[in-house]
Write a protein that binds this ligand. Structure first.
Ligand SMILES: [Zn+2]
Length: 224
């Protein structure tokens, strides 16, 4: 990989996940560092790193405390994570969860400031983010790449709607053999997802008008 200065300073792998919804899954942890900046990353995978095979399914997943922990429904992050885990459960694969990607890397405080502005002014997420922080995305995928490289994964099927992730991986020597979309069907998210397409170039096929109620029920069953 060109110019990536992150290094791995610690890792723990192969801790069984005790969750009956995800039998056979394992958890792992990586700690990466760049100069004095140290970050932790969570992994969840099945059936094992050694048996993922050529070009496994991979999800590079940004943390979303508001959605993943508190069940806030402004965004589709949590549904994307569950969809990715479902796909991994059907075959095999790996999800890397980046804690420090909260609020697109801007942090939890900026995220809540953004939400206050959205609620008060009715503006889009990205418009509010720019007003709060002048930026709308500070995430990089360098840590993901050093982790993938350490795991011996150089070819992958990437679960994402975001062409930038594919581009960054390919620019750094990874071969993305397929992009697997993961799209929320919750009706109230449609304008948010459209702003993702307009503002961040996401590729989302809205397809048939959704079974929004089913998607809602599925999400809340997981959050229960
Ligand atoms: Zn989110």
């Amino acid at each position: 990989m060109n110019g990536i200065r992150y290094k791995i300073v610690d890792k723990v792998m192969d801790v069984p996940l005790q969750n009956p919804s995800y039998p056979g899954f394992f958890m792992g942890a990586y700690k990466t560092a760049m100069a004095s900046w140290v970050a932790e990353h969570a992994l969840i995978y099945r059936p094992s790193i050694e048996t993922l095979g050529d070009a496994p399914l991979v999800r590079i997943n940004s943390a979303c405390f508001t959605g993943d922990i508190f069940g806030d429904r402004r965004c589709d992050c949590t549904e994307q994570m569950f969809s990715a885990l479902d796909l991994i459960g059907e075959s095999a694969g790996l999800l890397i969860y980046h804690f420090h990607h909260e609020g697109r890397g801007l942090g939890f405080t900026s995220k809540l400031e953004t939400y206050k502005k959205m609620d008060a002014e009715g503006v889009s997420t990205f418009c509010a983010m720019r007003e709060v922080s002048n930026r709308n995305d500070l995430r990089t995928y360098a840590s993901s790449m050093v982790i993938l490289e350490d795991l011996g994964i150089t070819r992958l099927r990437l679960m994402t709607n975001n062409p930038l992730k594919k581009q960054v991986l390919e620019e750094n020597g990874f071969e993305v053999v397929e992009t697997v979309p993961i799209v929320s069907k919750r009706k109230e998210l449609k304008s948010y997802l459209k702003s993702k397409c307009a503002e961040q170039g996401h590729l989302i096929d809205f397809g048939e008008e959704s079974s929004g109620d089913a998607a809602e029920a599925s999400l809340w069953k997981r959050m229960a």
